[in-house]
Design a protein around this ligand. Sequence first.
Ligand SMILES: [Zn+2]
Length: 262
Amino acid sequence: MLHLMESLPAGSRILDLGAGGGSFPGAKPGLCLVRLDLQAPAAGCSGSYVRADAARMPFAPASFDLIISNHSLEHFCHLEETVREIGRVMKPGGALYVAVPDATTLTDRIYRWMGRGGGHLNPFRTPDEVVGLIERLTGLPHRATRELYSSLSFLNAHNFVGRPQKKAILFACGNERFLAVFTWILRWWDQRFGTRLSRYGWSFYFGGWGEPESPEPWVNVCVRCGSGHPEALLRKVGGIQKAVGVFQTYRCPTCGGFNLLF
Ligand SMILES: [Zn+2]
């Protein structure tokens, strides 16, 4: 997603759709960032903020060069109308980035169990289902799919608002080091036995310009902020620290969270 924003020329317009408090920190200077959500913006949210229904966006046709739906499609009440609106407000030649959870995964099941549904109204079970829906309703061609790995960051005590639920006891009350070890074990189990316990969902690229990002998955996903990082980047920025037994640890370059390298 970030590489798409980096490649945009000055003056380009980006829509963060279903932004909540902002689904990413911000955009480089010279780009026009508009965030849309039904809820009021969080304090300190960068960019322009529009409170509106995604199924009836208050924008002229062909308004945006890049539209980002980062973990939001699963929440929309009127999914088909919203996807049609994406096609309407997208400029010809524009790009769409979509990330959604796979409803069949352990992560999504835990999330919905912890959050009494977690607001997930649209369960996606295969990548073809998402690609078919978006191509049919927007006319944007599918370019690439990347598999996303989970970090269970929603269980991390750093991200709790208010008192943790009693259910959190099962996950050491969101202790970061426990989650780092737990997710590492899930990755190892998947690799050893061919299961999908540590998968989260998928990201998709539609329309757009140039070559899409490599579909290679990033297995190192921060247990605090959920950012995925390629191992080469972690080595380049000096984030990888030391070996603890069989584990190598790293500090997330985005948030400083404690992680185990896989
Ligand atoms: Zn992080």
